[in-house]
Design a protein around this ligand. Structure first.
Ligand SMILES: N[C@@H](CCC(=O)N[C@@H](CS)C(=O)NCC(=O)O)C(=O)O
Length: 334
């Protein structure tokens, strides 16, 4: 057997468990290397210092889960692809993946570092993932240092007291809507999972473990909780995409509509602030004030979504634009 892929990541990292679930669903043999500090692998390879990092069988190292998912599509074409065949659904899947990666992540970060019970649990989870057995003093110091670093970053990613109602309300909306969806259709775009499912999975999987959002999820959206357990290893799933001619399920349009009234206005305001060199993004989201410093990476995400839309042929746009228009997304993407 040729040497398999190696995924360097760890369990408390949403993007790591997202990539792991993709590899499992796609039946791509890999080794899950969750020993030590996986971020060091990125630093040593001169990559952006984020996890996970995937080592390809030829030795190449790469990180950033979205380009990684697409690189795997190129390496293994036609083998349980996670990109819907229909280009309209494929674009909507990209959009919802980005919503998961860049907006739902605010919920993940907020719950994890805001509530005392969650902070305490996250410290233990992260420190023991790096090194399960440590001298007590070293363990305590490591936990405190990690806590302080992450709490210090909250404002940077928009997890502030002012933004808390927007973030928590959005979490509840996503739970309620996804709960209704997975009772009718196994995954977002059919009975097989798409890139969008994995984007949401990464963040929600962590939210299903950290104590405060876990309790909320189990009580409010038990089907979402069970959906996450299924998607973690979906290597046995054999499914079909939704019929592209049929109207989109109302739960999917509700999620897109939510994206059009939360994440996308934020993304557009973020891009404007970056272009104008301002140090604050401020806007109203569902009649509530939201503010944070501009985020360069999310400027790139916005640009990528717009370029992808602009590159689609006219016959695809004729079917896609009405969906984006009706859900309030188009004006932020065109
Ligand atoms: N866009 C990247 C984001 C990866 C990311 O932000 N990973 C986090 C952990 S889940 C990280 O490594 N943060 C840097 C740090 O904590 O030092 C992806 O999709 O993979």
């Amino acid at each position: 057997m040729s040497s398999p892929y190696i995924l360097h990541g760890f369990n408390p990292s949403p993007y790591s468990v997202k990539m792991r679930a993709i590899l499992r669903y796609r039946r791509i043999p890999f080794v899950w290397d969750a020993i030590g500090n996986p971020r060091d692998v990125a630093v040593a390879a001169n990559l952006p210092p984020v996890i996970p990092i995937l080592r390809f069988p030829d030795g190449r190292l790469m990180n950033d889960s979205t380009p990684l998912a697409y690189a795997l599509e190129r390496e293994h074409p036609g083998q349980r692809s996670i990109i819907p065949d229909d280009p309209v659904h494929a674009y909507l899947s990209d959009l919802l993946e980005d919503f998961g990666d860049e907006w739902v992540t605010k919920m993940m970060f907020h719950y994890r570092w805001y509530y005392a019970a969650d902070r305490a649990f996250a410290q233990t989870w992260i420190i023991t993932s790096r090194n399960p057995v440590m001298a007590e003093a070293e363990r305590r110091a490591g936990m405190q240092a990690f806590n302080d670093r992450q709490v210090g970053r909250m404002a940077l990613v928009g997890c502030t007291e002012q933004n808390r109602p927007v973030i928590e309300e959005s979490y509840r909306f996503v739970l309620d809507t996804l709960d209704r969806h997975v009772r009718k259709i196994p995954f977002l775009f059919g009975s097989r999972p798409s890139l969008a499912d994995f984007g949401l999975f990464g963040q929600l999987q962590i939210l299903s473990v950290d104590p405060t959002p876990m309790a909320e999820m189990r009580e409010r959206a038990a089907d979402v909780y069970c959906w996450l357990l299924r998607l973690d290893d979906a290597s046995g799933v054999e499914g079909e995409w939704l019929d592209p001619e049929a109207p989109l399920p109302d739960t999917l349009t509700a999620l897109l509509h939510h994206c059009g009234e939360t994440y996308l206005p934020f993304l557009a305001a973020n891009t404007r602030a970056l272009q104008e060199g301002r140090d604050e993004v401020g806007l109203d989201i569902k009649d509530r004030p939201y503010a944070q410093a501009p985020f360069r990476y999310q400027g790139k995400c916005h640009d990528a979504l717009r370029k992808k839309l602009a590159a689609l042929p006219a016959d695809v746009r004729r079917r896609l634009d009405p969906v984006l228009e009706q859900t309030g997304c188009l004006r932020y993407l065109a």
